[in-house]
Design a protein around this ligand. Structure first.
Ligand SMILES: Cc1cc2nc3c(=O)[nH]c(=O)nc-3n(C[C@H](O)[C@H](O)[C@H](O)COP(=O)(O)O)c2cc1C
Length: 141
């Protein structure tokens, strides 16, 4: 089984989460980590058995609009039965962007794992173990 972790990052916090989550996934499955910019086409992600998508809160409680949102819009109707998990960091908000993202995914019929895993960016240093646990649980689900 191969898990794809695809993310967008501006200042590295989503990348930190992606790498820590991958440590947990690796315990039970193969994992590949890529940024959205690494993909030659959005449809590349359809080759993975399960998908973890990461994006921070941006704009005013929305996904990053130039790269990540178009990528997500392109794939969201094509994911079929694939298990998908969302994660991302935030700063001053309360996670509203993730609630909207999960609601959108549910409306699109995406098979979502959990409710989206969010971390306030100041807590990132203390959350590596929890990220790994999230990744392991996702891969086992
Ligand atoms: C342009 C911009 C908009 C942002 N909007 C929000 C927001 O609406 N709510 C929030 O909680 N954090 C917001 N943030 C903070 C980021 O979500 C936070 O810094 C996150 O850790 C960035 O992740 P990254 O290092 O992967 O880019 C914003 C940051 C930037 C640069």
């Amino acid at each position: 089984m191969k898990v794809g972790i695809i993310y967008w990052t501006g200042t590295g916090n989503t990348e930190t989460m992606a790498n820590a989550i991958a440590e947990g996934v690796k315990k039970v499955a193969d994992v590949e980590i890529k940024t959205v910019g690494d993909l030659s086409s959005p449809d590349d992600v359809l080759a993975y058995d399960k998908l973890l998508l990461g994006c921070p809160a941006m704009g005013d409680e929305v996904l990053e609009e130039d790269e990540f949102q178009p990528f997500y819009d392109e794939i969201k109707g094509k994911l079929g039965d694939k298990l998908v998990g969302f994660f991302g960091p935030y700063d001053w908000g309360e996670g509203e962007w993730m609630e909207s993202w999960c609601a959108d995914a549910e409306a699109a019929g995406i098979k979502l794992f959990d409710k989206g895993y969010i971390i306030q960016q100041d807590d990132l240093d203390n959350e590596a173990d929890n990220c790994a646990l999230y990744g392991e649980n996702f891969a086992k689900a």
